[in-house]
Design a binder for this molecule. Sequence first.
Ligand code: ZEM
Length: 290
Amino acid sequence: ADLQKAVATASGPAKPLDYQEVYDAIAKILDNDNYDDGSYAPVLVRLAWHASGTYDKNTNTGGSNGATMRFDPEASHGANAGLAVARKLLEPIKKQFPQITYADLWTLAGVAAIQEVGGPIIPWRAGRADAVSAEVCPPDGRLPDAAKDQRHIRDVFGRMGFNDQETVALIGAHALGRCHTDRSGFEGPWTRAPTTFSNEYFKLLLEEKWVARNWTGPKQFADKSTGDLMMLPADMALYNDRTFYLQSYKYAKDSDLYFRDFSAAFAKLLELGVPFPEGSAPMVLKPTNA
Ligand code: ZEM
């Protein structure tokens, strides 16, 4: 007790964690001209999504609480290939702010990534805990399979607790980033501005003519006019399914609606299965350019 007192006196009373400071530190490391399209934002959004999208509402298992992707087997699940890049990128931030849990850090990084590349404000709550071992890792196979169709997408997002409108809104995050042959086997970006959050994904999905790409890789689609853009078979489900199509059409026409709906669905995704303390309230983190 004496030693504890001495330490407490030496370092002063513990300062409560300021999440805006953590946000600002994440915002600072997003840009890197030597990585992909110049930003780590897309891969951080994918980390937050894969940490959260394992949720199963029927068993209340999986989800962002626990940050279980630090452990095998989840770290090595095929769906998570390439996400070590994102987890390693955040290590210095975790060292700088040791009080934040990995589970909070990964979801906060997803929020920072979306907001910093021009996306909507995403209200975010702190309070996730880190698991101490692999025992609570979700089983493999909970994340959607890019090769499958609308039935599979509805099954998987329904298991998380999302309706069709929320499902379509979330998949529009493919405005960001690209596929990598050494991660998923697929290749290329969905949009021509993959480091800017927008409703471009929906515009392109509906306005371009998509044809099967002629290559030796897994089945994917290319825009007929230039061939530089891509859609996964699972993306084409938004075109092929009548309800998904009508929702995609609304988002292609109305960017404000898309931003509002994405914010609500992404905030919900990051909170699935998290036992927040009673009375905890979402906070708004300020974008660095605002
Ligand atoms: Zn994705 N996604 N995703 N996604 N995703 C990839 C990349 C990215 C699916 C999918 O199979 C793939 C959501 C939904 C779905 C992002 C965000 C979100 C890749 C490419 C694949 C194969 C990985 C690679 O090779 O690097 C499928 C089938 C989905 C549902 C049907 C949802 C929901 C997301 C967020 C809300 C992002 C940002 C990327 C880009 C990552 C990067 O590194 O550029």
